[in-house]
Design a protein around this ligand. Structure first.
Ligand code: 8YV
Length: 323
């Protein structure tokens, strides 16, 4: 019998796939500079037993309907808003994600964005590189402190908690908003629960770590930015679509908030014509929350373990259980 076919939607170094070569036949989209075209994905999915997918691949009803052999979709991300989970379940297709292994790395990046925006790190670096450092003056490139400020975390899941732990290391006060209150986190950290609007009003820095769902789409809208302080900084390491980007652009331009640090955008990838890129008080990163060598390696390994389990007739290690 032929080995099961696994279609991998990006290039993954051979060293990760080699240990599995005797069990599976891998086909990978090899071009680094462009994402797999929709028609190629649809066509390959029809023949594949397993997919190793990324967040920018739309695994929707149309794709699943034609993928008659498909048993498992192993998504290289903790988020799975790119996959129609209900449709997959109906068709008996297991969906897996990569929780836990990326928690600390993503929390590190949220902090990197917070520190870079609050202390004007990129602006200051450009200042030196552009040879503008001719003198010193007391308020030259003066930013705002992080220590002893209040961080407001929206979405107290694993990554939210890891950000809160880091904030404690910086002597910050932690307030959070979540669908459900988390008594254990409140006692352990400690952190205090706030209603969404109250959090926006009280926090010096607001960090979004909410998953993208119908309820969180454009959660950060014009009203939300108006609630925030003029000195507030907004950080987003979750999904771009939780933000009304036009409203954020206005809030940054009109200085309703002080700055933003964004790792994610509604339609990725963005180019340098994107209105948020042009703003001097906005740092834009290319969705690198989990991008450390160690973590990306662990994410790939977890994806492969999930594929092996499901195609071997066993339960997935980290299945997605709810939409
Ligand atoms: C992914 C992410 O690594 O885990 C998520 O949900 O957004 C990132 O960690 C990235 O999107 C590549 O798939």
């Amino acid at each position: 019998m032929a080995e099961p076919l696994i279609y991998v939607t990006r290039r993954i170094p051979d060293s990760y796939l080699e240990p599995y070569q005797d069990r599976f036949h891998f086909e990978c989209w090899e071009k680094e500079e462009e994402p797999v075209p929709r028609e190629v994905l649809l066509e390959r999915a029809q023949h594949a037993d397993g997919l190793l997918s990324m967040v920018s691949d739309r695994i929707d009803g149309e794709l699943l309907a034609h993928a008659s052999q498909l048993k498992v979709v192993s998504n290289l991300a903790v988020g799975y808003d790119n996959i129609d989970i209900i449709e997959a379940k109906k068709r008996g297709i297991t969906v897996t994600n990569t929780p836990d292994v990326l928690t600390d790395t993503t929390a590190d990046l949220a902090f990197a964005l917070l520190m870079a925006t609050a202390r004007k790190v990129l602006e200051a670096s450009d200042f030196v590189k552009e040879n503008q450092w001719k003198n010193w003056s007391p308020f030259l490139l003066a930013g705002s402190d992080i220590h002893h400020k209040t961080i407001g975390i929206v979405g107290m899941g694993r990554i939210g908690e890891a950000i809160a732990r880091r904030a404690k290391g910086f002597d910050m006060d932690v307030i959070y908003h979540n669908r459900t209150r988390k008594q254990d986190v409140e006692e352990k950290l400690p952190a205090e629960y706030r209603g969404f609007e109250q959090l926006l009003q009280e926090a010096d820095y607001v960090v979004s770590v909410v998953p993208l769902t119908e309820e969180t789409t454009k959660l950060f809208d014009e009203r939300a930015f108006k609630y925030m302080k003029e000195t507030s900084i907004f950080i987003n390491v979750s999904r771009g679509a939780v933000v009304d980007e036009a409203a954020l652009e206005r809030a940054l331009k009109q200085k309703e908030i002080s700055a933003a640090g964004l790792d994610v955008f509604t339609n990725e990838p963005i180019d340098n014509k994107h209105p948020l890129v042009a703003l001097e008080n906005c740092i834009c990163l290319p969705h690198i929350g989990s991008a450390s060598l160690e973590t990306r390696g662990q994410m790939i390994e977890l994806c492969l373990e999930n594929l092996t389990a499901v195609l071997g007739g066993e339960s997935a290690k980290t299945p997605v259980t709810q939409a």
